[in-house]
Structures are given as C-alpha cells and as structure tokens.
Design a protein around this ligand. Structure first.
Ligand SMILES: CC(C)(COP(=O)(O)OP(=O)(O)OC[C@H]1O[C@@H](n2cnc3c(N)ncnc32)[C@H](O)[C@@H]1OP(=O)(O)O)[C@@H](O)C(=O)NCCC(=O)NCCS
Length: 233
C-alpha cells in the first residue's frame, strides 16, 4: 500500500530520522469491544502495561474483540513483530527488502516519539494484533489522523493470511477511528500490484476514488491507487 507504512513519516519499520510517533487515545474517544481492564482481557500484562506507560498520561487500551486482541504498540513488541513480519512476502509491495530487527526496533521508537513538529496536528495510532486463543502476535495496524480524516495501513504475517484476521482487524480500526469527533472519513493508498491489499480494502467497504481526494494524503506516492473508505454516520 502506498499506506502510511510505506510512505508517510509514520514508518514503523524503517529508519527515518525525521520521524516521531503515533497512538494517543483519549479514554473519552473509546472504544468498541471489551477493554483490557480485566486479566481475562489482558493476556499480555507486560505489553499492556508498556502500552499504557508509553502514552504518558493519555489512556490507551488493550481491547479484545471476537478472535483478536489489540495492544498499543510498544518497543517490547519488536522481537515478536520481527519474527512474524520481517520477510520478503510482507515487504513485496511496501519497499521490497525487510529491515533488520534493530531497524525495526528503532522505527518503533521513532513512531512512539510522535509526529515531527511540522506535523504536530497529526496523530499516529499503532496497534499490534494477537489471537485470543493462542495469544500469538499476527500483525499490526496503523492509522494517521489528520485534517478530519484517517489514513490506514496494515501488515500481517503470511502464515496468518487468508483467515480473515486482517478483515476483522481493519473493521475494528474503523470503529475506533470513526468514533472520534475529529475523524469523519477513512482513506488508504496502495500500489496497483498489491491485490491482497485491494481485496481487503474492498471487503471492508473501500472504493477506488476517482477525482475526489483530500487535499493532503500522507501515504500517497505517485502511481498509487487511492481508496475511500467508510465515513462517519
Ligand atoms: C494486505 C494483507 C493484510 C491482507 O491479508 P489477507 O490475509 O488477504 O486478509 P484477511 O486476513 O482478511 O483474509 C482474507 C482472506 O481470508 C478469507 N477468509 C477466511 N475467513 C474469513 C473471514 N471470517 N472474514 C473475512 N475473510 C475470510 C477471505 O476469503 C480472503 O481469502 P482470499 O484472499 O482467498 O479472498 C496481507 O496480505 C499483508 O499483510 N500483506 C503485506 C503487507 C501489505 O502489503 N500491507 C498493505 C500495505 S500497508
């Protein structure tokens, strides 16, 4: 996807010194699903605590919905994320070569530091996704909220493709984003060759945008397809 992962300043997986970070969620903005406030809904207590700690006073929740657990991204996720995502299949359409584990960890740190000063109005939202049954980490979700919209992106491990997890995860992200007063529409970009990404977007309610576009799309690169997703009711 042209997605933020590939192009924007919110590059989790690649070194980018100009970068900062994501996810800050006001507790008021939330959430669809069960909050991670009980031990049953919080299979990884350390990651949960780390996620909360990294929000520096702004509350971010671990959430469990159906088959999936959504944990705020933290540096402690790097090794598990690396084991699942650092391979060529995942990077085929988002830059080609996977970064090293160290680069992945550095990228997470930059993401967690927040948007750079010239993007101070943007908000970066990042979650890792686990299975409720096994607690296995299967992928990650990202959104950049700016100018009244959100741009979404997603990465799942190939061994977890074809099972509907990305669909379930992206729909959860939609509910999260569209419950915010400052987000009225969802957008995504992708390279034309990324057919899996396009199928996922269409399955989740996106349509190829013709002429209409937001004035700024942080994830867009020349040649990308632009998809408009669901809007707030
Ligand atoms: C893009 C990406 C997340 C899509 O993953 P995916 O596995 O195709 O998506 P899902 O997990 O939703 O699975 C959908 C498939 O599972 C099937 N499926 C099974 N059970 C399902 C269910 N309950 N709900 C929905 N789909 C289900 C669907 O029919 C579909 O199969 P198909 O591909 O044969 O049509 C994945 O390919 C990926 O991570 N790619 C690398 C990173 C990338 O390019 N990201 C996009 C740019 S940021």
């Amino acid at each position: 996807m042209g997605g933020s992962i590939r192009n924007s300043e919110q590059r989790w997986l690649r070194p980018n010194p100009s970068l900062k970070s994501p996810t800050h969620y006001g507790s008021h903005a939330w959430p669809p699903g069960r909050l991670g406030s009980s031990s049953a809904a919080r299979p990884s207590a350390s990651a949960f605590a780390a996620g909360l700690a990294r929000t520096l006073g702004r509350t971010t929740y671990t959430t469990v919905v159906r088959h999936l657990i959504f944990e705020p991204l933290s540096v402690e996720h790097a090794r598990e994320l690396g084991a699942v995502l650092l391979n060529e299949q995942v990077y085929e359409h988002i830059g080609g070569t996977p970064p090293s584990l160290d680069d992945l960890r550095d990228g997470i740190k930059r993401v967690l530091a927040g948007p750079p000063p010239h993007r101070a109005g943007d908000e970066w939202i990042n979650y890792v996704v686990r299975l409720t049954g096994s607690n296995a980490l299967v992928g990650r979700l990202e959104a950049t909220v700016h100018d009244g919209i959100a741009e979404v992106a997603f990465l799942f491990g190939p061994e977890h493709w074809g099972k509907g997890y990305a669909t379930e995860g992206l729909r959860w992200l939609h509910r999260l984003l569209l419950s915010r007063p400052d987000c009225h529409a969802l957008w995504a970009t992708t390279v034309p060759a990324n057919h899996r990404c396009q199928s996922l977007l269409v399955r989740c309610g996106y349509r190829l945008a013709a002429s209409e576009r937001p004035s700024r799309l942080v994830s867009y690169d020349d040649g990308d397809l632009v998809f408009r997703g669901p809007s707030a009711a």
